[in-house]
Design a protein around this ligand. Structure first.
Ligand SMILES: [Zn+2]
Length: 419
């Protein structure tokens, strides 16, 4: 039989490790069950994966115009980051020092710092300035293996500034190799001008922002920061229902700082994902497991905020909650390296490298509605592939604070080549 033509073959890898996709995110022991191939190869054609197998077997069926020798290296799917606040202006290193001295998140927030400082800076910034910041971040993320991410608005908090941020995301998505899935997070904080009458802000989100955002097709998801002192359960429910009415799938920042009933609300509204969940109740976890709501866990946020507590990933996995991992990239958690998230997940939340890889790829892809296209190395999927300078996937999290990426292939093209 003549060999079929591929555009690219990556071959001779010491290991290929990938979760295998399906209609639903992986839960429980499925999260550990990676497909592992030793002496592995991947063939790519027209930006998609056409074969994954042992090098000798794949070579007997395919030839290619370009080959990459991955001897001694490991092939895994590109990381999918399901939770970032990519678009903002300025920085908050001053608060970092305050936190070291013991100030809490809410104390900083009440002093006009935190989100509100970034809101003021983001409102002043032009689309071009914001786009420049996003591209800089994405360059670094891509170099560390992130090939797709979700990005939220939420530092504009006016109709004009929220749509400005979402337009920036659309522009950057069209002009940068990293794929961006946009989320509307107008309900990120109560802006200072509505402090005395927050229900009017909720009204603005529901009656003006959501219709405008969906009319211009600027977002796929609607998120809300459901937390004591931010948006309460009733307001969060109202906003998420309004988003759903306009076709925005719900996500929710839930039970991050207090046990607030966010997980229960996520189950009730049928959210695609619930994020943070540090204080989620047992009942809430059971409810989201039953509804298949994905827990997007963000260990770098605990690390950045200097809080001792991390989400109880082990309990979630035992309860049957599908777990995904994200960076929570934002001005108070400035992390571009997803591999460091894996290291924190392994050490602080006792996830194994296999579970963390599943949580960073296929389950993360489910959390942003893209699991049919990305998140695993399987024929038909987009060729978003990492070649790691490591003999096997257990090096993920084991070596940390450094970049294991040797090459990044996005849509079948080599976009990062660090040798
Ligand atoms: Zn967040």
């Amino acid at each position: 039989m003549p060999r079929k033509q591929a555009d690219l073959i990556v071959e001779n890898a010491s290991e290929l490790a990938t979760p295998e996709g399906g209609q639903k995110p992986l839960v429980g022991k499925q999260m550990l069950a990676l497909r592992i191939i030793k002496d592995a190869a991947v063939a790519v054609r027209n930006g998609r994966i056409v074969a994954v197998n042992k090098t000798a077997t794949l070579r007997s069926a395919f030839k290619a115009s370009e080959t990459i020798d991955a001897k001694g290296k490991t092939i895994v799917p590109g990381f999918v980051d399901p939770h970032t606040h990519l678009v903002f202006a300025g920085s908050r290193e001053d608060e970092f020092t305050m936190r070291i001295k013991g100030a809490s998140y809410m104390e900083i927030h009440r002093k006009g710092g935190g989100i509100l400082k970034t809101v003021a800076e983001t409102r002043r910034a032009s689309e071009a300035e914001l786009a420049r910041g996003c591209r800089k971040t994405l360059d670094i993320m891509l170099e560390h293996g992130t090939t797709t991410l979700e990005a939220k608005s939420g530092y504009g908090l006016t109709v004009e500034d929220e749509t400005k941020c979402l337009r920036v995301l659309r522009l950057v998505n069209e002009t940068h190799p990293v794929s961006i899935v946009p989320t509307f997070l107008g309900a990120h904080a109560i802006p200072p001008e509505y402090e005395e009458h927050p229900s009017d802000y909720v009204k603005l989100v529901v009656e003006k922002m959501i219709p405008k955002v969906t009319r211009s097709k600027l977002a796929e998801f609607c998120d809300v920061f459901c937390e004591r002192g931010v948006f309460n359960i009733k307001q969060s429910r109202h906003i998420l229902h309004a988003g759903k009415k306009y076709g925005l799938k719900p996500k929710i920042h839930a039970d991050e700082l207090t046990a607030f009933g966010g997980a229960e609300l996520a189950a009730e509204v049928g959210a695609v994902s619930a994020e943070h969940l540090l204080y989620a109740s047992d009942k809430g976890l059971k409810m989201i497991a039953e509804r298949g709501v994905i827990a997007v866990l963000l260990p770098a946020a605990s690390f950045a905020l200097m809080i001792e507590r991390f989400a109880d990933a082990k309990k979630m996995i035992e309860t049957g909650v599908p777990v995904a991992l994200g960076t929570d990239f934002n001005p108070s958690c400035w992390i571009e390296n997803h591999q460091l998230v894996v290291a924190l997940a392994c050490r602080q939340m006792k996830m194994t490298p296999a579970e963390a890889l599943t949580a960073s790829t296929i389950n993360a892809a489910h959390a942003i509605g893209k699991a049919g296209e990305i998140g695993s190395l399987e024929p038909g999927k987009k060729a978003d592939v990492l070649i790691l300078d490591a003999p096997n996937h257990n090096f993920l999290g084991y070596r940390f604070g450094t970049n294991l990426v040797s090459k990044v292939i996005k849509d079948g093209k080599t976009v990062v080549d660090l040798q």
